[in-house]
Each structure stands twice: as structure tokens, then as C-alpha cells.
Design a protein around this ligand. Sequence first.
Ligand SMILES: Cc1cc2nc3c(=O)[nH]c(=O)nc-3n(C[C@H](O)[C@H](O)[C@H](O)COP(=O)(O)OP(=O)(O)OC[C@H]3O[C@@H](n4cnc5c(N)ncnc54)[C@H](O)[C@@H]3O)c2cc1C
Length: 460
Amino acid sequence: MKKEIKGGSEVASVDVVIVGAGFAGLSAAERLVDMGVSVLVLEGRDRVGGRSFSGEVAGVKVDLGATWVAERHTAIRDLAKRLGCSTTGQFHEGLNVLWMAGQRRTWTGTMPMVDPVDLEDLGRVQVAMDELLETIDVGAAWKSPNAEELDSISFGEWLDRQQVVSSTRALMTIVSKVQWGCSPGDVSLLHVLRYIRAAGGLLHMLDVEAGANQDRFVETTQEIANRLAEKLGDRVVLDTRVRRISQDDDGVMVHTDSAVISAKHVIVTAAPEHRSYIEFLPALPEKTQGLTRTWPMGRLSKAFVAYDRPFWRAEGLSGEAVMDTGTAFITFDVSPDNGPGVLMVFCTPSVYDNFDPETRRSRVVQQMVDLYGPQASTPIDYVDHCWGTEPFAPGGPHPAAGPYASVSYGSALTEPHGRIHWSGTETAGEWVGTMNGAVLTGLRTAKQVAQRLGVEGASE
Ligand SMILES: Cc1cc2nc3c(=O)[nH]c(=O)nc-3n(C[C@H](O)[C@H](O)[C@H](O)COP(=O)(O)OP(=O)(O)OC[C@H]3O[C@@H](n4cnc5c(N)ncnc54)[C@H](O)[C@@H]3O)c2cc1C
């Protein structure tokens, strides 16, 4: 798949260069190739998939990045099916474990609350949030009628104003850490509402059954990207960072470390912060530059702990847990059928990433013992991945845009800059932040570019 771009000045000329081989870039490439357009996909990493990345634990393939799909994520589901990848339901039979305020308890349902007072408070906050969600324009949140007000405070400040009890605060902190890779105080209320609205509401965002976490892919999500890249063949070039994009009335020149590629249009799929890796000539308008400055990627880390069998199931536990203290804050059972037991664990980067691998492992395993008992002390294998410390395009799952970042710069997410078009999940309306959203934005920009190229049938 790796194609050498040889040194020298102009070594290639194509209709469209696509920056990034995640789901947005690969989907755009496939659609354009189908329309007879010549493309080159340049990827800075040594692999395709972007925020979809596979690892292995006890011989089982696991998702170190993106994992779940909802029933309604039809774009990524259709793509996966076409490429021979299949889904399996997220296991969730039995009792879940809640570790809060130093107490271990069990619960069932979507919301990890067992105390009636806590449940009532959470219900009250959900009603308040639902009222705000109704007002959000999912296609352009910054154009919502009350956008300025909602973007003027952080999610954390809003929780303060709601005078939430400590358990609601703890739960919303967990939601914030897993969704935006940051604390509620670091992300704007409008940004949070945009993502929750696009995910079909808070319950849909958090649910397994009929929710966003309903299914995962047996072959892993990166395998879908691998198969799509294979289909595209030597149109996908790895280890090739795009350093500069210059354009004039006649076309675009894309500069890498070893080559210059001329094209008629470019599609950039990098997350907003990572757009700043590229020098643009002429320079990007102030609004687009502001976007790259104010939409920093959040940080999230994942670990997988394998046991010879999913022993917690025999004790009536689902393997799903939520914790308000410690390194790990969520677990899920991602064991294969008739194989080892595998727990997927979300970890808080600030108290995890900087430790050496052995310390990270022992911290996670100790928490599994707290949750699942002494049998959890003897895992057969362990693997982890810290997205915030990736050498290239670090961070994820999503940008943690702070107050005023959306109303000030949100419209620059999709506004083309001459012959440069923006794609990637952050530019999606419905399903922003998901693999599904990424695929849809790839298809959208492919159509946009094909129309500008005058490709027959592109407007249909
Ligand atoms: C830990 C984690 C968990 C997640 N869980 C889920 C989940 O369960 N379900 C779900 O739907 N989504 C999930 N996501 C989000 C999902 O991964 C993303 O929404 C989706 O993969 C984004 O695809 P993309 O193509 O838009 O961007 P990316 O996958 O980020 O692809 C962009 C690519 O551009 C490349 N690039 C950037 N700059 C340059 C440059 N200058 N030159 C060359 N290449 C460049 C990058 O290396 C990257 O490969 C998760 C993400 C993470 C990190």
C-alpha cells in the first residue's frame, strides 16, 4: 500500500489531493474514483484509519480508538458491510458496577445512579438539558437562536448554575472525559450541546441497547479502513505529511517533505487543531486560523485487560462499570465468543499517560480488583494506548472547544478556502464526532469537488 513519492520537484499531478487517510479521506477518495476523478491520499502516519486503530490483547483484536456504532449509523455500517466486516452486539447482560464516593454498588439501566435523591437530581438536569437541546441547530450550532449565550459559559459553569448534587457532577464529568477528553470546565456548553444533539440526545449517546454503544465491529474499526485503502491501492500514500498547500487561479501545489504534487483541488480531513500543521499560501482567513487555535483536541486513553475467561459474567456482572476516582473511569466487556475475557477500560490521561507502562498496568489492574474482586488480579495480557501522546496528530476523541470558540469560528469548519475543501468528522452536522459523521463528510466533500470539476452526474 505504501507508495514511494520520489524526491525532486513536481512528481505527480492528479485532479484531487486528499490530506488524511481516516474515514473521511478514504470515503472521499473512493467516491471520487468511482466518478472517474484521479486522486492521491496523503497520510502523515504509517497507517490508515486515523482515530480508528487496532491493537491486540491475548490474541484478540481490539479497538484502541473508535469502537461503537448505533443502529442509525448507516453510512459506516453500509461501508463496513460492503467490505465484508460484521458487527456484534456490545455485551451488557447483568448488573453494572458503580464506584462512587469510595463505595461500590451495582445498578442496571443507562444512568449509573442508585440513590433516589441522585436520580431525581439527574432527571432535573436532563430536563433542563433537553430544553436547551431543542434550540440547537444541528447543522450549524453557532447559528442557534441563543448560541452566543450558550457559548459564553463552560459546561462546568452551567452545572454549577444548575446547583447539581455531587453525584450528577461526577457523572457529567465522566461523560465529558469520555466524549470530549476534558473536564466540564474546559469545554463550552454550546459545543457540548452540539455533540449531544447530534448524537440523538444524552440517553442515546450513553445507551448500549438502541443507543450509540449498541454494536462494535468483529474485525475492528481500523480493519474497515484497511480494506478500503487496499481497494484504493497506490492512491494511498503513508508516512507523508503535507507541509504546505499553495494555490492560484490555475490550481494547487501540495508540498510534502520529498515532493510537490499539483492538483485542481485539495480536501483536508485533519481535525481543526491539526490544520495548523500545514502552511497555506495564501494564508487562511483569520476565522479559519482562529478555529485551529481554539479547538484543541481533547485527550483520552484506553486500556484492555485480558483474563482466561470473562469470570465476572458468572457472578451476574455485565463488565460495565463507572468510577468517579482513580485512573480508570469506565469499563466494558468486549470479550469474544468462546475466548478470553477482555475488559475495555477508559483512563484519565492526566493521571495515566505520564507513568511508565508497568505502573499504568498495575494501576488499572488494581482498579479492576476493586470492581471485580481478587480474580481480576491475575490478567493474562494487557495493552493500552494514550491518544494524547501520539507523535503525529495527537489527541482525541474530539476537540474540546472552549467558550466563544464555536460562535467565533464554527462557521470556518466547512467554508472552502479557494480550492481547499474541509472534511472530517468535526465538519459533520448530524453525527458529528462519529465514524459515521466522518464518512458522510467525505461523501459531501467528494460531491462538492466533483461539482466544481464539472464531473457529469456529480449534482445528483
Ligand atoms: C479513543 C477514541 C474513541 C472513539 N470512540 C468512537 C466510537 O466508539 N464511535 C465512533 O463513531 N467514533 C469514535 N471515535 C471518534 C472517531 O474515531 C472519529 O470520529 C473518526 O474516526 C474521525 O475520522 P476522520 O477521518 O474525520 O478523522 P481522523 O480519523 O482523525 O483522520 C484524519 C487523518 O489526517 C491525518 N493528517 C492530519 N494532518 C495531516 C497532514 N498535515 N498530512 C497528512 N496527514 C494528516 C491524520 O494522521 C489522520 O489519519 C473515537 C475516537 C477516539 C480517539
